[in-house]
Design a binder for this molecule. Sequence first.
Ligand SMILES: Nc1nc2c(c(=O)[nH]1)N[C@H]1C(S)=C(S)[C@@H](COP(=O)(O)O)O[C@H]1N2
Ligand SMILES: [Mo]
Length: 406
Amino acid sequence: MKRRNFLGKVALGTMSGIIGSEIVFGASIPMDYLPIALQENDPFKMFSKDGEMVVLNDKPWNMEAKAHLLDDKITPNKSMFIRNNGLIPEKIDVQNWSLTIDGESVKQNKTYSLAELKTKFKRYTYQLTLECGGNGRSEFDPPAKGNQWTIGAVSCASWTGIRLKDVLADVGIKEDAIYIGYHGTDLHLTRDPKKEPISRGVPMYKALMDETLLAFQMNGKEIPLAHGYPLRLVAGGWPASVSGKWINRISVRNKEHDGEKMTGSSYRVPRNPVAPGEVVKESDMVIIESMPVKSLITFPKSGAMLNLGTKLNIRGHAWAGELEVAKVMYSIDFGATWRNCQLQSPANRLAWQHFSAGILFPKKGYYEVWAKAMDSRGTAQPMLVPGWNPKGYLNNACHRIAVKVL
Ligand SMILES: Nc1nc2c(c(=O)[nH]1)N[C@H]1C(S)=C(S)[C@@H](COP(=O)(O)O)O[C@H]1N2
Ligand SMILES: [Mo]
């Protein structure tokens, strides 16, 4: 708030310049007041996000997209959801950034500077789907605690970096290695430096996959601060919580990683279906691995209107965790009948796939367009909310948009 005092009233023109349009009643702005668009905690400006993104929490920052904001084939920063468990690192010393590989199952600890990582290992670029395990949580009943994500906690950006497996091979891994765990530099909400906000990981087989990257670029540029600058783990197709941001340490473990949010009921679902509201013993919960098949209609925006006789060309994306999407269907009669959409192959493994369809409606009136994807093993999305679970994970219900034909 001090900036305004510093700028002074004379700086109205400057403020208009930053905002990008005239502040119409600028002369009436009180002396100590900083326009919202310039306040440092304006998340849209701070994170360069689209003004239509939805803030679910500001401590920590959590923001989600709306379906139509995700229309790009490759998600740009402006519509990428933000999920933080703690506070974004405040000071990043990129010159002295390093990554240490340690843990019970390394032959010897090894530390690399960022520059070394970038030059010593071969670079790869993949489009990788990252969906928060809690995406869709808002639809569960009884409600689950946590961010009430609707459909917008998913992205598929293009990530460039080096393969984790190449780094692990360089370090030397013992035969008893079964898991890796990441450590980032974000602060716990309490600011207690001894506590980590989150420290998750993946089994060795996922860590060693070709597409599991230590990324330093997103969409061809440095990773935006909120998304893990200057180094992040990206393991597509799994709950995005395994893709650690701001990482400076990876531990190679001889047991399941037991970092923050790996244990208890975090990112776990009941092994067997439970009744809504049931209390589930921790020993009956299993860690979420590959995410389930899902799709999103990104065009048109729900509420579209068109004239009878005009074709509606819908489009969107579908993804299926570790699997490929085999087909996407749409229905305009609340799921009674389904027709196939055109479906593209993924740019690479673990990238979402684009679908489209041209729809002609039989008469004037209100419709809903529902989309349903099926994975390569024949499992399709449920039409409505799937199995209730205590933490509200894995809601992969069909996405629906409203359409009016005039
Ligand atoms: N260090 C760190 N890494 C993290 C998190 C975090 O809070 N801190 N959140 C995780 C969760 S729960 C998700 S869903 C994704 C979100 O990635 P994004 O904010 O880049 O979209 O980051 C994961 N990696
Ligand atoms: Mo998440």
